[in-house]
Design a protein around this ligand. Structure first.
Ligand SMILES: CN(c1ccc(C(=O)NO)cc1)S(=O)(=O)c1ccc(-c2ccccn2)s1
Ligand SMILES: [Zn+2]
Length: 357
């Protein structure tokens, strides 16, 4: 999530894209695409996951703006990482509404793939804002898909562990949460060790792939491919939700992984190859030009379009210097991921999958 600029004003200008392409004679060539003006999430929409107490307090401080200094705000995670500014509730409702609009298109069979790059707020809890996330649109989107689909697979490609989504579904076998993320002492949110497998009837339906700094495309795609294929053939999801936070990219201020959009694109193509209703969401990404490059590239992959390397002239063209091309060049960071350790991670995940009913 890109920290909300304090000067920001609520503009529900989010769009989501829906495209149909599966199950057609030439699935990739006659895909129909629509850019949809999404609805705002209502209080009831948000209450499908969040507590009324949290939502009421969130709406109150949003009306009061920066001057709100209520003692309860701290218990609701409002302030610090999730600053309060006037209209922030409407901003969150617009983000969640766009994810719900996209999920409803998939639930109703209107489209096969739906995208909301403004969504992916994977840290928010039932009654607490966290990690720049005020509402958990990912959980709301999954709940919407569950109205139609028995089994939903959530895949989190963000640099950070998708703790809010994992917590929401840790007790159910109907939703598998699979998160690839940096796991290191003191690194936010601090959860996401491989030993976190879910609880009760949901045991073995939470899957975590802890990674270390410096991982680049080849090794990342390799472990993603192995885990994704194993999870898909075991869990047999009927719908898929992907969070593509771009803070894993080379050059991101988080200064952790060394991926490029091409590597994330290979992961996306594995998922699209399953030809299941798929919801794509954004997330983190703090090198804004590279994040835009990444989500543009991934959108083009969904639409089977090949984009020119040259960034076209537009309002924000200067942001794309000094090269002004679509590609992101990997950095020269050393990869601290030990191949033997990754093999051990994969082996443990395969062992855990044997317990999936
Ligand atoms: C609140 N934090 C989060 C939470 C969530 C994310 C995220 O992207 N989640 O997907 C990133 C940072 S945090 O404490 O790790 C940080 C706040 C500001 C940070 C920062 C700011 C500038 C450069 C590098 N890091 S990290
Ligand atoms: Zn992140």
């Amino acid at each position: 999530m890109n920290e909300v600029n304090s000067a920001w004003r609520p503009v529900a200008s989010f769009t989501c894209i829906a495209t149909t392409m599966y199950g057609r004679a030439t699935p990739w060539h006659d895909s129909l695409t629509a850019v949809i003006a999404p609805r705002m999430a209502s209080h009831d929409d948000l209450a499908a996951f969040h507590s009324d107490a949290y939502l009421s307090h969130f709406e109150l401080v949003s009306r009061e703006g920066e001057d709100a200094d209520l003692p309860e705000s701290q218990q609701y995670g409002l302030g610090y990482d999730c600053p309060v500014m006037e209209g922030v509730f409407e901003y969150a409702a617009a983000v969640a509404g766009a994810t719900l609009t996209a999920a409803e298109g998939l639930r109703n069979g209107v489209c096969d793939v739906a995208l909301n790059w403004a969504g992916g707020w994977h840290h928010a809890k039932k009654d607490e804002a966290s990690g720049f996330c005020y509402v958990n649109d990912v959980v709301l989107g999954i709940l919407k898909l569950r109205e139609q689909f028995q089994r939903v697979l959530y895949i989190d490609f963000d640099l950070h562990h998708g703790d809010g989504v994992e917590d929401a579904f840790s007790f159910t076998p109907k939703v598998v949460t699979l998160s690839f993320h940096k796991f290191s002492p003191g690194f936010f949110p601090g959860t996401g060790d491989i030993a976190e497998v879910g609880l009760g009837r949901g045991r073995f339906y939470s899957i975590n792939v802890p990674l270390s700094d410096g991982i680049a495309d080849e090794k990342y795609v390799d472990i993603c491919h192995s885990v994704l294929q194993a999870v898909n053939t075991t869990f047999l999801p009927e719908a898929v939700v992907c969070q593509f936070g771009a803070d894993t990219l080379a050059g991101d201020p988080m200064c952790s992984f060394n991926l490029t959009p091409k590597g994330l694109g290979q992961c996306l193509q594995i998922v699209l190859g399953w030809q299941k209703p798929t919801l794509l969401l954004g997330g983190g990404g703090y090198h804004l030009a590279n994040t835009a490059r990444c989500w543009t590239y991934l959108t083009a992959l969904v639409l089977d379009q090949v984009l020119a390397s040259e960034i076209p002239e537009h309002q924000f063209f200067p942001e794309y210097g000094p090269d002004y091309v679509l590609e992101v060049t990997p950095g020269c960071r050393s990869d601290t991921n030990n191949p033997a350790h990754l093999d051990q991670v994969l082996a443990e995940i395969r062992e855990n999958l044997k317990h999936m009913a």
